[in-house]
Design a protein around this ligand. Sequence first.
Ligand SMILES: [Zn+2]
Ligand SMILES: [Zn+2]
Length: 373
Amino acid sequence: MSFSTAAAVVRGAGKPFTVEEIALRGPADHEVLVRVTAAGMCHTDLTVQAGHIPFPLPAVLGHEGAGVVEAVGAQVTSVAPGDRVLLSFTSCGACASCRAGRPSLCVAWLPANLLDGARADGSAPLAGLDGSAVHGHFFGQSSFAELALADERTVVKVGADAPLEVLAPLGCGVLTGVGTVLNVLRPAAGESVAILGAGSVGLSAVMAAALTPAGRIIVVDRVADRLALARDLGATDVVDTTGADLGEALAELTGGRGVDRVLDATGVPAVISAGIAALAAGGTFAFVGAPPFGTTVPVDVNAMLPGRSLVGVTIGSANPHTLVPALVRLHEQGRLPVERLVTGYDFAQIQEAADDMHAGRTIKPVLRFAARH
Ligand SMILES: [Zn+2]
Ligand SMILES: [Zn+2]
C-alpha cells in the first residue's frame, strides 16, 4: 500500500527541516503504521541534519515518536490498531545479544538505526511523491511525520491514558540517561555519582540517581538555569564549569577520594578526560555523549589498575520493552518528572525547535501534531 503524509525532510547536510508531502510504502510484514501525535527532538537528529553522521540524505529523521497505531503488517502480533505506543530503537531480533534480551548491543545496531536509511532487506519505506529517493527507517521509525512506518521491535505499547506529549522522549533521551544509571552504573549505598552535562540525558540521569541509594549526586554544566533544575530534580551538588576547574571541584566535593560513578553526557574530550581522572578506585566511567566519529581520548593505563572501569553505553543499555513501561509507571507515580524537561512546539515549528536546541534555549523540544480524525 502507498499513503502520503506530511513529513519534515532534511534535503542535505546543513539544510533546514522542511515540511512537505511524501509517500509511505507499507506497512511491511513486521511494520506498524503509526499516526504520530508527538515526537521528541534529540541531539542525534541535529547531528545527522548537520551531516556529522553519514546517514543518507534527503531523509526523514525523528526517533522519539509517540502516537496511535493506524494499521499493522501481516506478521505483527504485539499491537493492534487503536493502541497507543511509544517508539524507541530497532534491532535485528536474531543475533546473540537480541536473543539474550540486550537489543542495545545488537550486531546490526548502527546500520539498522543510524546508517542505512532503509529496511534491513534494503527496500525503501519512504519516497518523494514523484518517486524520488527520501531515506527513512531512522531508528526504525522516522517519526518527524504525521504518519510513520515503525518496525515492530521499535514499538512499545502504553496505556490508553498515557500522556504522549510528555512521554515521547522516553524512547531515546530519557531511556539513555535513566538506563545508564539503573542498568550500568548502579550506584551502591552512599556512593557518589557525577553527571557531566545537564541536557535531557544528564537530567534524566539525575532523576534516576535520585531513585537510588547514592549518597551524593553531583551535576556539572555551564548553564546556571540547568544546574538549578538539576538541584530540583535531586542533585545534591552542582559545579558550574564557567568559573571552576572540573577536576579540582570533583576532588574537593569527594574529599580527595574521587567519584564512584561518572556519566559523561557531553561527548567533549576535555570533559571526558577530567571525568576519567576524577574516578575513585573501583569506580566506573560511562561514555554516553557521542562526539564526532573517530574522536579519541588518552587513558593513563596505570591509573586504571585499581579497579577503574570505562564503559560505553548505547540507549542506556536498555531493553525498551521492559524499561519503557517501567518508566511510564514511575512517571505516573510522580517519581520521574519528565515534564520538567519538555517544551512543546507545533510540528510546523520544527526548525525553530532545532534552532532553540542548538542555542541551548530548550532542553527537550517535543513536536505536537494536530489531531486528525
Ligand atoms: Zn540483533
Ligand atoms: Zn536520541
